[in-house]
Design a protein around this ligand. Structure first.
Ligand code: ASP
Length: 310
């Protein structure tokens, strides 16, 4: 009998065992578990992969622990600019928003772009205008304030440096969130949401809202959501590259995901990871960093919530 599967991530990076307090580790795992369960319940009740990935990502956006929605990092001018995208593997329809501010759940807005417009991607003032038109509540800056992220920004403010989320040292952690799922009908979907990078230039857009770079879904191949140094994921067109390796070269999901993350991406100088699922419900969660916040429920019903390499 056909089953469903789902995987989520909360970012990859230098997540070395022992660096975090047990309490902090437990809070990350519990946030991941909660987000996974939300998607899982939708799939269990014959809901669609599209709804499952959107709802799981919304739960991660609502947590201050991850760099998306509420937990979004600070830009160079002290604001929060968020990016998100979603794709339906059955119809190949997609929606994306970039450079949005004050939106509690950017992934919901991305889905609205997909479902309520003839466009795929709305950015900046146009995306905000669309949100206002749909009566989205615009949150105060205080909603996105987080002491740790503010401190990270203060350290970089007025420099030309920018850095990935949670970094103690430069360039070592990412906190973007994402979800991929295969529902009981065998339909796939992927969603990704992020606050980007601390002290990023105002107007900088990463891979997360770019269909083919940070997000991609096609029932014929796979659904993918990426996390890592976005510039490399854009240049490597990583999510679509993975899909192409399956489509044109006939690689398995696992082999294609390994090739992209452990061979092609490092050749460009990029680090990070991704989550992917195919229409048989196989899951791959590769990363070339020390760790990646991740949780999955495979087609055999096995649930895993992991941070480190093993
Ligand atoms: N990929 C995201 C970006 O470049 C960052 C991340 O994964 O945390 O905006």
């Amino acid at each position: 009998m056909r089953s469903y599967s789902i995987a989520i991530h909360g970012g990859a990076g230098t997540l070395v065992k022992g660096m975090m307090t047990p309490e902090k580790e437990a809070s990350y795992k519990s946030a991941l578990k909660k987000a996974l369960l939300i998607g899982q319940n939708i799939l269990e009740q014959k809901g669609t992969a599209l709804e499952a990935v959107q709802r799981s990502v919304m739960a991660l956006e609502d947590s201050p622990l991850f760099n998306a929605g509420k937990g979004s990092v600070f830009t160079a001018n002290g604001s929060h600019e968020m990016d998100a995208s979603i794709m339906d593997g059955q119809t190949l329809k997609a929606g994306a928003v970039s450079l949005v501010t004050g939106i509690k759940n950017p992934i919901a807005l991305a889905l609205d772009v997909m479902e309520r417009t003839d466009h795929v991607f709305l950015a900046g003032a146009g995306a905000m205008d669309f949100a206002k038109h749909l009566n989205y509540q615009i949150m105060e800056d205080s909603y996105f304030y987080d002491e740790l992220r503010h401190q990270q920004w203060i350290e970089l403010k007025d420099t030309a440096n920018f850095q990935l989320d949670h970094s103690q040292k430069k360039d070592n952690k990412f906190g973007t969130v994402g979800a991929v799922a295969c529902d009981l009908q065998g339909n796939l979907a992927a969603a990704t949401s992020t606050g980007g990078m601390t002290n990023k230039r105002f107007g900088r857009v990463g891979d997360s809202p770019m269909i083919g770079a940070g997000t991609f879904a096609n029932n014929a191949t796979c659904a993918v959501s990426c996390t890592g140094s976005g510039e490399y994921f854009i240049r490597g067109v990583v999510a679509y590259d993975l899909s192409c390796l399956i489509e044109y070269k006939g690689l398995s999901l696992e082999a294609a995901a390994m090739e992209v993350v452990h061979n092609r991406l490092p050749k460009l100088g990029g680090d990070g990871g991704l989550i992917a699922v195919d229409a048989l419900g196989n899951i791959a969660l590769p990363f070339n960093t020390e760790g990646m916040y991740r949780a999955s429920r495979n087609n055999m019903g096995k649930v895993e919530i992991l941070i480190y390499r093993n």
